[in-house]
Design a protein around this ligand. Structure first.
Ligand SMILES: [Ca+2]
Ligand SMILES: [Ca+2]
Ligand SMILES: [Ca+2]
Ligand SMILES: [Ca+2]
Length: 392
């Protein structure tokens, strides 16, 4: 017994655990999540160097009745579930179990969406029925009379819904995302759920199918097109410039204090407008020059610091992110200075952006400014501007 405890203390740091609680025997059983959804896949790891009986072979644990591993809720149980060593000499044993939930209509169409069953011997391919608020207990009798135990809860989650942008353009597409781990009904396949979409101009709207982004993500995405020229149909939603568009997901898998039969609609909103070509989205005015105190400069001096001041304005009714670039070239057309300011400009706002610069030599300089979406996306939001100055 003392020998075993010694092993566990050495292994602790590798798993980032805090110091063991000596009043409770330390249990080297780990699950890949602290909480599971009702139809999740569980990956369980047991650290048991003493069960690495042959350092040249993959060992197994749990399948004998004398030293059984049991994975169970208060109602259902997988007894003698086999775990296998991760490598011939690791002393670390793993297994997977797929939770199958209980009979429940998860999407509100009147039919149950689960296949509850408890079957399997491990190390993979086992199924375990769980209830909404089950606790799953993993126990391993790893020495006579010494049983290690770990327990993890099962929970339902309140789904969330969001449009990926606050503003969409007509005749383009809009993407909406629902995150509800409870609708990852099969952790080994792509699931789907339905989302209702409507607009101020079409309050009846459409129902679209949102597809899980990967086998077990619990994140579901749907894309619709927005049209002012064609009526709603399929994945197309009729809407007019200035409309609000709405997306709604009905969650039939709610945690306490909701009852299991409750449902709740979660909703999100975005706006639609006419598509505006990127180059017309921000107005970039002529640059000006000032001294350190903000007074306008008419002439320039060598080795004297000046501020190059750009002015941009956003005449649209949506806020925009931008990056404003300053570029200075000398008479040899060589770039002497390049810098940028990143920011966000509100609807109907005008902003000054400035950059200090010291001309080191006499000569003529060309100062160019560019407004882009971002450093990574150099799509121009306005035509570039250029000014020549002479430093006498
Ligand atoms: Ca081994
Ligand atoms: Ca159903
Ligand atoms: Ca899935
Ligand atoms: Ca849910």
């Amino acid at each position: 017994m003392l020998q075993f405890l010694f092993f566990f203390l050495i292994l602790l740091p590798a798993f980032g655990q805090t110091a063991p609680d000596y009043h409770n025997p330390y249990s080297p059983i780990f699950t890949d999540k602290p909480v599971y959804s009702w139809t999740d896949k569980m990956k369980i790891t047991i650290i048991s160097p003493s069960w690495n009986s042959d350092r040249h072979l993959i060992d197994s644990i749990g399948e004998t009745s004398e030293h059984a591993i049991k994975i169970a809720t208060s109602e259902h149980s997988l007894d003698r579930y086999r775990f296998t060593e991760t490598d011939v000499n690791s002393g670390i044993f793993t297994a997977e179990v797929i939770l199958t939930g209980f009979a429940h209509d998860a999407d509100g169409d009147g039919n149950s969406d689960t296949t509850p069953r408890t079957i399997g011997n491990g190390p993979t391919g086992g199924f375990l029925e769980v209830d909404r608020d089950s606790a799953i207990t993993i126990s391993f009798e790893f020495a006579d009379g010494v049983v290690l135990v770990e327990s993890v809860p099962v929970r339902w989650n309140v789904g969330t819904i969001n449009f990926v942008e606050d503003l969409f353009f007509l005749e383009k597409s809009a993407t909406v995302r629902v995150i509800d781990a409870d609708m990852n009904l099969n952790p080994e396949a792509i699931d789907h759920l339905s989302i209702q979409l409507f607009s101020d101009s079409d309050v009846a709207g459409i129902e679209v199918n949102a597809i899980e982004t990967s086998e077990s993500s619990g994140s579901f995405v749907a894309t619709v097109s927005l049209s002012q020229n064609s009526p709603s149909s399929g994945n197309r939603l009729y809407s007019l410039p200035g409309d609000k568009i709405f997306a709604k997901y009905n969650d039939h898998t709610l945690p306490k204090p909701h009852s299991k039969s409750d449902h709740l609609a979660v909703e999100t909103v975005a706006r639609v407008d006419l598509a505006i070509p990127p180059i017309e989205r921000i107005k970039n005015s002529e640059i000006t020059f000032s001294d350190g105190l903000g007074n306008p400069l008419q002439s320039f001096l060598q080795n004297s610091q000046m501020q190059i001041v750009g002015t941009i304005s956003n005449e649209h009714d949506f806020k925009q992110k931008f990056v404003y670039m300053f570029q200075v070239k000398n008479d040899e057309r060589t770039v002497e200075s390049i810098s940028w300011v990143q920011g966000e400009i509100s609807s109907q706002q005008s902003l000054d952006v400035s950059q200090s610069w010291i001309p080191k030599k006499f000569g003529t300089y060309e100062i160019e400014t560019f407004v882009w979406i971002s450093i990574n996306d150099p799509t121009a939001l306005s035509p570039s501007m250029s000014t020549l100055i002479t430093v006498p």
